[in-house]
Design a protein around this ligand. Structure first.
Ligand SMILES: Cc1ncc(C[n+]2csc(CCOP(=O)(O)OP(=O)(O)O)c2C)c(N)n1
Ligand SMILES: [Mg+2]
Length: 339
């Protein structure tokens, strides 16, 4: 890969990292989240309420896959979706405002981190239900195929999702109808507080995909060049009508399941191993070895932080949604006949 292309991937990863580090700080305050005190009593309330799922350490998967998507391509995400959303081209200011629950957010502040969507860039939505994005991706891909459109759908999900029914239903449907879906399993080794490996029978995600005829590859998910190279081929093949493709990306969840999780259930040394495998660090080493000046890499990080600072200011200055709009865009009540 040319240094400029790797630098672009480094920039995407840096933007995701900066956004999430800031969001994590904004989620800490004098409130309880999932029963855990997020900060000392008496601290000001958190600006981001509720559980926040961070993809810190997993940025290479979102960056490497989304680098090969056009704006009109579609994407389904998970509860851990900030990276996918940013990499697909959503507006960082409106994303932060959405996390803050403000009216300037992508969804008027009513979706928050776990229900953010930006249809203008094909981002069909984060989703709090594990595995729920898979059938949605198939529906979207079927619609593309019926309308003879050239787009593809990227479908992100975690290693926990492969043990849910919709995984098989979606893969089967996509294979039977030769749908243009790129399934991307972000295997961060944990399903909430459970180590996924011992809970998963057989040879794993890629083997399950292959068992029903979906071409699948395992990739080192913290190596953004490797993810990008595989995604390039799979997106090209899916777009050309080759049917679904499946990436099983091995990565690490550095943070807790939610941002206030103290991770007492993790094996000793496990978090250190996750940090040592940092995808930004790996890309940085490679760029330096290939002659990119350190100052250029530092500038990328500084730009990402500045972008995030501006997003925080935008979110802070955006008003809360009006009470009168509490039910708009939430549910269609219809003509009333059903009542
Ligand atoms: C259907 C369903 N079951 C359980 C949950 C609770 N839950 C939320 S995230 C999660 C773990 C998901 O693990 P994985 O798919 O590996 O994603 P990760 O959190 O590691 O990104 C669970 C069990 C849920 N949201 N939906
Ligand atoms: Mg997981």
């Amino acid at each position: 890969m040319k240094s400029d292309d790797l630098l672009a991937l480094y920039r995407t990863m840096a933007r995701i990292r900066a956004f999430e580090e800031a969001a994590e700080v904004a989620s800490q305050g004098g409130v309880q989240v999932l029963g855990v005190a997020a900060a000392a009593a008496g601290a000001p309330p958190a600006k981001v309420r509720g559980p926040l799922h961070l993809s810190i350490g997993q940025e290479a998967v979102a960056a490497g896959v989304c680098a090969h998507l056009e704006r009109a391509d579609l994407l389904t995400s998970t509860h851990r979706g900030h990276g996918h959303t940013l990499a697909k081209g959503a507006d960082v200011n409106r994303m932060m405002a959405e996390l803050f629950g403000r009216s300037g957010g992508h969804n008027g502040g009513k979706g928050g981190s776990m229900h953010i969507a930006d249809f203008s860039v094909g981002m069909l939505g984060a989703n709090g239900v594990v595995g729920a994005g898979l059938p949605i991706a198939c529906g979207a891909a079927q619609a593309l195929k019926i309308r003879r459109l050239p787009q593809v759908v990227a479908c992100f999900f975690g290693d926990g999702a492969i043990n849910r029914g919709p995984f098989l239903e979606a893969l089967n449907w996509a294979a039977v109808y030769t749908l243009p879906v790129l399934f991307a399993c972000e295997d961060n080794r944990y399903s909430a507080t459970t180590v996924t490996g011992p809970m998963t029978a057989g040879e794993g995600a890629a083997a399950r995909a292959r068992s029903i005829g979906v071409e699948a590859e395992v990739v080192e998910g913290n190596d953004v060049e490797a993810v990008s190279a595989l995604a390039a081929r799979f997106v090209r093949e899916a777009r050309a009508g080759g049917g679904p493709r499946f990436i099983h990306a091995l990565t690490w969840r550095v943070k807790g399941h939610v941002s206030v999780d103290r991770q007492g259930y993790r094996e000793p040394g496990d978090i250190e191993a996750a940090r040592a495998a940092d995808p930004l660090g790996l890309a940085r080493e490679r760029l330096l070895a290939r002659g990119t000046p350190a100052a250029a890499l530092d500038a990328v990080l500084a730009d990402a932080r500045a972008e995030t600072e501006a997003a925080l200011r935008f979110a802070e200055s955006s008003p809360a949604p009006a009470a009168a709009e509490a039910y708009t865009d939430v549910q269609t009540l219809g003509a009333g006949a059903w009542r």
